[in-house]
Design a protein around this ligand. Sequence first.
Ligand code: GLA
Length: 374
Amino acid sequence: MKFIENFQPQLTIASPGRINLIGEHTDYNLGYVLPTAIANKIVFKLAKNNSKSQCNVYSVGYEGFSFDLNAVCKSASEWENYVLGVLSEILKLTNKVEGFDCIIESNLPLGAGLSSSAAMECGMAFGLNELFDLGLSKNTIVALSQRAEHNYVGTQCGIMDQFASVMSKEGHVILLDCKSLDYRHIPLDLQPYKIIMMNTKVSHNLATSAYNTRKRECEEGLTIIKTKWPKINSLRDVTLDMIEDAKDKLTQTVYNRCCYIINENNRVLEMAKALSEKKLKTVGKLLYEAHKGLSERYEVSCVESDFLVDFSKNYDGVLGARQVGGGFGGCVLHIVHENIATKYKQDCIEAYKKKFNLDLEVFEVKPTGGTHII
Ligand code: GLA
């Protein structure tokens, strides 16, 4: 693309990926989550190009593409839809955007459960907001980025990823209530333990049907619960007793999904308490329970993630482990004592290679701040 040669960015934005300590698939059930941004990020370099409506976007490692602001529509290429979806939502809110050039560069693994999609959407929205002085609040950036994912990418995702990407604070996790959007930053002090992520390299694709199917199954459960308790509007307000009461009207699958969500919601609140009291054993126990739920009741794990979690259970110095994100692979989070971290990583890499003939990608993460100007 021609503009790349002498490109002089006016603005550079860092948009981070995220981990989620606990609270998986609870966001679209309007429950609680406990995520934080991490240092792995997508960087956007942006400049106005003095045209009224011509936009050029180039992503290092991908092709570039151009579009006209007067003709924004879905593309056959998935990554282009992250950009176009955000533009489509922003253009509904303002007419202040004009032609721009953008170079995107990422060190955030794609499809690894670290929310590269939200990082793309929020970084683009945040950057355009700054470049054209659109006056959008952070909450608006989060919400429009989520709508971009729904309308252009096709995943009926909850609010967690976009919220974490924009609102995170260094050294903290966010306890977010996905119903009210009230949130609280909680210090994440796991000393002497570290958070080690292991990318299974088994790729999931959230746009495929499995994620949306889980959401529909939860809605099916809710519809049945509502026949007896009409005032309930989300699984977040359903108790295990209510599910037991309705059990004979639910399919086994829907029953399992609902039980998982209710238990997982409770685990988020228990985790927040355990962190503030620094009860690290409880932190680890909750992670293992969450993974068991993801694997057996919600059925979004895979043999590779289960293997890593099981491997960790026999290893002294590992507090807990579980798969993070939408599921079906991606990354497994481990909380590991600093004294054994190096050996543990090496042993996992070897065991995983032997079992699956795949190269595990291993890296440490720390809670960092949300989307910002560099
Ligand atoms: C994906 C979605 C989120 C959330 C997680 C599972 O990352 O984008 O909204 O539902 O899966 O917790």
